[in-house]
Design a protein around this ligand. Structure first.
Ligand code: UDP
Length: 262
């Protein structure tokens, strides 16, 4: 498949056309933005890690039946994906209250929610991605009732899967944002998971220390952003740099005498 012209450039990614109408190339940049673009920086290597982490998560989600746009990773920074018409909603799933939820409603930071909370935000940078209700979505035809029903089901399944996956590597999934799109296959439009899932779009806390391993390190000037992203990749088993592997020393096993059966 041949890479064509640039179709769209966002804050962290670029989309290129290919010679096939139904497929595009997603390129991960090193740019980081926060607070509605007011804070910006380049974080060397972030795009490479997000490409790998997102590939890993979407591949796994695909295997448990969550249809998504990933076809395959092409190189360090690019993936071949199915082209979609993005639903103009950011779908946020929260397990622990933090970030804008605590600021908006005065809920204590770190409150564990009894059930996952789903929030819908209208994707519009000029308006600062405002929180909207399902009624807004239907009134302004941003998505149909059937589409939102399907997406809500997907959101719970994605959350369940990711909670388990991260718990297995000592990480709490605090919250995350995902996007969905309509992919044309034949003459029907199918809702599939799109965009990316990475430490840019999730809040990830170490289970024991509650150390932040996500974009909050950039938002809050906590430093060591790349180290945190690398830690996530390493724990997921997708980073194998010798220099970064912590060596664990096991005590020498004691010699044990085995008695022969008489
Ligand atoms: N999020 C995102 N993109 C956005 C807004 C939020 O990926 O434009 C993610 C964010 O990283 C977090 C979750 O969605 O994992 C909930 O974010 P919140 O609404 O608390 O956003 P804040 O304004 O605090 O970043």
């Amino acid at each position: 498949m041949k890479k064509g012209k640039k179709l769209y450039e966002g804050k962290a990614k670029i989309i290129y056309a290919t010679n096939e109408k139904n497929f595009v190339i997603q390129h991960f940049k090193d740019d980081a933005t926060a607070f509605n673009n007011k804070k910006r920086a380049k974080i060397d290597g972030k795009g490479i890690l997000n490409n790998r982490i997102s590939e890993h998560i979407l591949k796994n989600l695909g295997q448990v039946g969550i249809k998504n746009h990933l076809v395959k990773r092409i190189n360090m920074r690019e993936q071949l994906i199915k082209s979609v018409e993005i639903v103009p909603i950011e779908f946020i799933v929260r397990n622990i209250a933090t970030g804008s939820l605590t600021n908006r409603l005065g809920i204590e930071d770190g409150t564990v929610l009894e059930n996952p909370l789903i929030e819908y935000c209208y994707k519009n940078d000029e308006l600062g991605d405002p929180l909207v209700s399902k009624e807004h979505i239907f009134t302004f035809n941003w998505a149909t009732k059937k589409e939102i029903e399907k997406i809500d089901k997907y959101l719970h399944r994605i959350n369940d899967f990711m909670i388990g996956m991260f718990r297995g590597i000592g990480i709490k999934l605090v919250d995350f944002k995902v996007e969905f799109g309509r992919h044309k296959s034949g003459n029907k439009n199918e809702i599939i998971l799109a965009d990316e899932i990475s430490p840019d779009t999730c809040r990830l806390w170490d289970i024991n220390s509650e150390k932040k391993l996500d974009k909050d390190r950039f938002r809050k000037n906590l430093g060591n952003v790349m180290q945190a992203y690398q830690d996530v990749a390493r724990r997921l088993g997708i980073l194998h740099e010798e220099s970064n592997i912590r060596t664990v020393k096991f005590p020498k096993p004691k010699a044990v005498k085995i008695k022969k059966n008489k």
